[in-house]
Design a protein around this ligand. Structure first.
Ligand code: SIN
Ligand code: CO
Length: 389
């Protein structure tokens, strides 16, 4: 992809300019980021998703049983009949995993690594509806899908920012409005992490939030060290060979800290383990129960492809690939596979192509390691056969 082409998605900025000046830094309003936007989902269809057990959904009522009442799905048919005319919002998480047309909205965001993408959350709000002034810890593109919504932008927040006393929601106690924009269908607003924002539906409206994910520093450290711990034998211990006699036997001396720091640094600097951990961690599916498949003998896979079968990536699976010291690694749904370097182009194809078939897989179908890999991904549930309509 050429990152120096002006993109409609970014209001005429190139990906490089956007990343340099806005990403993680400041908000950007893009009028008609998606020109002539066709809303891919009707409000009724969104409400239908919120009835499903495997779908995460919430309703926020500004004037409910208490201010900003949160109700958690799955809901039932009666839920929607009993809501007030105004001031509530339904939010449905990870709609991209359930609705292919919503998944397609992610296509133009490929100038960012796909492993940074979290999900597309879709909200439907009655007039006046919103979730209150708040901040999120991640980047988000808020695409207006239907109706109008006014977004008020406020201050940069941190973990000291005062919040309302609320059991479930993190609503800011104090919003310092700096900007206000009303978005129409196709308009989009990019917000960096921690910027206070407050969206209020002008009419009944729908918003598509393309949300990104970044592990917290605390998660990186705790998960990575847990992972590392599995490879370190119990025999490897704090060691003080060549220690000098203790100055005071009750004291922890500076030289102990030096030895500890050496022990930590020795393990922390292993790039192979860091990459393996990170790839596995970042490709863990959000809903592991939606990633499962069945064993398929490689010959049956070849026969199916020869008969025209099409393989598609499970929208609940995450995949990424990497290259280090002459080897390539494929990460799929939390697992890693170290592979021969000649599979590099296949890994790129697996991570990027929406559909795999006899034509684009042709050069690989002669290659045993490639066929076995594809069969394993099917067994894992990361890839599946497209079902004929
Ligand atoms: C919404 O769509 O109503 C909320 C999105 C957000 O503020 O993060
Ligand atoms: Co938000």
């Amino acid at each position: 992809m050429n990152h120096d082409t002006p993109l409609e998605l970014l209001g005429g900025l190139t990906a490089s300019q956007f990343l340099r000046d806005y990403w993680q830094k400041k908000p950007l309003l893009i009028r008609q980021a998606f020109p002539d936007f066709q809303n891919p989902l009707e409000p009724d269809e969104l409400a239908g998703l919120a009835l499903e057990d495997e779908v995460e959904s919430r309703i926020v009522l500004e004037h409910g049983a208490h201010p900003w009442e949160l109700r958690r799905g799955p809901f039932n048919e009666d839920t929607f009949g009993n809501l007030p005319e105004k001031d509530w919002t339904l939010l449905v998480q990870a709609v991209d995993q359930f609705v292919p047309e919503v998944n397609s909205l992610l296509e133009p965001f490929r100038f960012l690594p796909t492993w940074r993408i979290d999900d597309v959350m879709v909200s439907y709000a009655a007039p006046g509806g919103g979730v209150g002034p708040h901040f999120d810890n991640y980047d988000v593109f808020l695409l207006q899908g239907h109706g109008r919504r006014t977004w008020k932008l406020g201050q940069m927040c941190d973990n000291q920012s005062p919040l309302l006393a609320h059991a479930d929601l993190r609503i800011l106690d104090g919003f310092e409005q700096a900007d206000e924009f009303t978005l129409e269908p196709g308009d989009m607003l990019y917000l960096p992490p921690r910027l206070a924002h407050y969206g209020i539906a002008v009419d009944e409206c729908m918003t598509y939030s393309v949300g990104f994910r970044a592990p917290s520093a605390s998660e990186v450290l705790t998960h990575f060290t847990d992972f590392l711990g599995q490879f370190i034998p119990d025999e490897e211990r704090y060691s003080d060979a060549d220690a000098l006699p203790a100055v005071d036997p009750g004291m922890i001396q500076q030289d102990a800290l030096v030895r500890l720091k050496e022990l930590i640094a020795r393990h922390m600097n292993d790039d192979h383990l860091l990459l393996t951990w990170f790839g596995q961690f970042m490709t863990e599916p959000r809903y592991p129960e939606l990633v499962n498949g069945e064993a398929l003998p490689p010959q049956e896979l070849l026969d199916a492809l020869a008969e025209g079968a099409i393989l598609i990536r499970n929208p609940s699976a995450r995949m990424a690939w990497a290259e280090m010291d002459g080897y390539v690694t494929l990460f799929a749904s939390g697992q890693s596979r170290l592979l021969a370097p000649e599979l590099r182009e296949l890994l790129k194809l697996l991570c990027s192509a929406d559909a795999l078939h006899q034509d684009n897989l042709q050069p690989w179908l002669e290659h045993d390691e490639a066929v076995v890999l594809i069969a394993q991904l099917i067994e894992q549930g990361s890839l599946g056969f497209a079902i004929d309509e």
